[in-house]
Design a protein around this ligand. Structure first.
Ligand SMILES: Cc1cc2nc3c(=O)[nH]c(=O)nc-3n(C[C@H](O)[C@H](O)[C@H](O)COP(=O)(O)OP(=O)(O)OC[C@H]3O[C@@H](n4cnc5c(N)ncnc54)[C@H](O)[C@@H]3O)c2cc1C
Length: 494
């Protein structure tokens, strides 16, 4: 007979869910994990932040906790819960150590701590927070999600895929006592009971345009793609139906590298496609102009700032302009996280050249022998683009960006063809506003009282981010998910 009663039910089998299930099972709980899709291991991410992990200690990386919390709360103008920030800095190292000791080592992997976080200007203040899963110190092991799920199974956790949470079951006191689920292949409905609690780890809502319109309408003007096509917000809606409160302002993680066809109108271009449209070079601080051909901001800033600046520009898209010489001198545009040049970044200089070639073939990148010809191909006013490039080259020659203050070492002239350009918009990686939770990851109602039996972690939980993602703390979203997932799995039994 199928078992229908568990101690703990985790909804969502990716980052937060995998860590929540393992933590509860380690404490002896009978755990069921459900996920609406057929797999989830590929969603476990490359770069995971922490403070004081064993890997960071081995690498001599030290981060001042107070300084980091102050940075995160200032970045969000304190529209966050400082208790959650402190909870994260105090527990993230332990979550990484569990991953390395209990999961990675038996599979031949380890964590590599990235120690460099160079910045010259305050806008780029950064922390060396990243841990990367690797076997050979040359590349990521992107299959590590499989190891977490196997570890959970070894601890006795049951996984049911193609099983979607429809709604939460409550008793007469509004305590959450289980889940009502749908088999996504047969549409059969069933119920499972949780004696200790249900932990929601269902991610964001960026693939649900109706919820985007309601909770974060400006994100539809900042993004051309979403790369989380399963994020339908259903977990958050289930919690709201039993009285949960949620953040009332949006937060998100956006990459400034969504290459789109020339002439795209962002108002009717929001593509939900798992296939990557990431034109990685777009996150490098090369010359960028608005659709009038004018430079409009300091390109050397956190990824998401470009998309915020574009809200004040016509058409909300930017055009990046560069030449062949730039491609041969990319080292000075090396930044953090996955726009590092070389591992642990996505590409090296040769990879970027191949990418440009691919997008030339697709017709998104245009090539020309003069700026005037390039402007015509990009549908930009040629006179203005010529003026902008000439001014930029003068600033490069002067060695000082008197217009926007980009670091001098990144002022590389665009003089001499062949010239290239591409139109870019945002890629929404995830929404980050969510359900109100306390430091035990209990979901709160509008009085800030816990809804008994209900927990949340990862992108379906809020209070941690506001507005733009602080990408100068590389790996923070994945770490927020796994650290708080692990905490939820521990506290549900406490
Ligand atoms: C391409 C890409 C690369 C990224 N790289 C990084 C990185 O290197 N570092 C970093 O810090 N962050 C990265 N991120 C962001 C990071 O992936 C997320 O912030 C993090 O994965 C969130 O984890 P989560 O567990 O909350 O949600 P998810 O990983 O999105 O998992 C949610 C799970 O819940 C399931 N689910 C949803 N609704 C239901 C339901 N109703 N019933 C049952 N199951 C349900 C989904 O199928 C999914 O498996 C990246 C994001 C993308 C898109």
């Amino acid at each position: 007979m199928t078992q229908t009663t568990y101690d703990v039910i985790v909804v969502g089998a990716a980052n937060a869910g995998g860590f929540a299930a393992g933590a509860a099972a380690e404490k002896g709980a009978k755990v069921l994990v459900i996920d609406k899709k057929s797999s989830s291991d590929h969603l476990y991410r490359n770069t995971i932040a922490s403070v004081d992990s064993a890997a960071q200690k081995r690498a001599g990386v030290h981060i001042d906790k107070r300084e980091l919390v102050e940075f995160l709360s200032a970045f969000a103008q304190d529209n966050v819960d400082q208790k959650l920030l402190w909870t994260w800095v105090n527990h993230s190292g332990e979550a990484m150590d569990w991953l390395e000791e209990q999961v990675l080592k038996t599979n031949g992997d380890h964590l590599h701590a990235t120690g460099d976080a160079y910045y010259e200007h305050l806008i780029n203040k950064a922390f060396p927070s990243g841990n990367e899963v690797t076997r050979d110190e040359k590349s990521w092991d992107q299959g590590w999600g499989k190891y977490v799920i196997q570890k959970d199974r070894d601890l006795g956790v049951t996984f049911k895929y193609r099983t979607k949470l429809e709604n939460l079951l409550t008793d007469a006191q509004n305590r959450v006592v289980g889940v009502r689920v749908k088999d996504t292949e047969t549409n059969a409905i069933s119920e499972f009971t949780a004696t200790k609690g249900v932990i929601l780890c269902t991610g964001g809502y960026g693939a649900n345009e109706a919820l985007m319109q309601k909770w974060a309408p400006t994100l539809l003007q900042k993004n051309t793609y979403t790369q989380s096509p399963r994020d339908d917000g259903s977990g958050q809606l289930a919690a709201l139906a039993v009285g949960a409160a949620r953040d009332d302002e949006p937060a998100s993680i956006i990459f400034d590298r969504g290459a789109v066809p020339v002439g795209t109108n962002i108002d009717d271009y929001y593509v939900k496609d798992w296939k990557s449209h990431q034109f990685v070079l777009g996150s490098y601080p090369l010359l960028k102009v608005n659709l009038k051909g004018e430079r409009f901001f300091n390109e050397s800033a956190p990824y998401q700032f470009a998309m915020n600046s574009l809200r004040h520009q016509p058409g909300h898209l930017e055009v990046m302009v560069w030449n062949q010489k730039t491609m041969d001198n990319l080292q000075q545009f090396h930044t953090l996280g996955c726009s590092r040049l070389g591992w642990p970044g996505i590409f090296g200089a040769d990879g970027e050249k191949k990418l440009v070639q691919q997008y030339l073939e697709k017709g998104y990148v245009k090539q020309a022998d003069s700026i005037e010809e390039l402007a015509h191909k990009m549908q930009l006013p040629a006179d203005q683009l010529q003026k902008t490039v000439a001014r930029y080259n003068d600033l490069c020659a002067a060695g000082e960006d008197q217009d926007f203050g980009k670091e001098s070492y990144r002022m590389f002239p665009v003089d001499g063809g062949p010239y290239y350009a591409v139109t870019l918009g945002g890629i929404l990686l995830a929404t980050l506003d969510g359900l109100h939770v306390n430091e035990r990851m209990q979901v709160l109602d509008r009085n800030a009282d816990p809804i008994q039996g209900l927990y949340a972690a990862g992108n379906c939980a809020g209070g941690f981010f506001w507005g733009a993602y602080p990408d100068r703390v590389p790996g923070l979203t994945a770490s927020h998910a796994v650290t708080f997932g692990r905490l939820a799995g521990q506290t549900v039994l406490a």
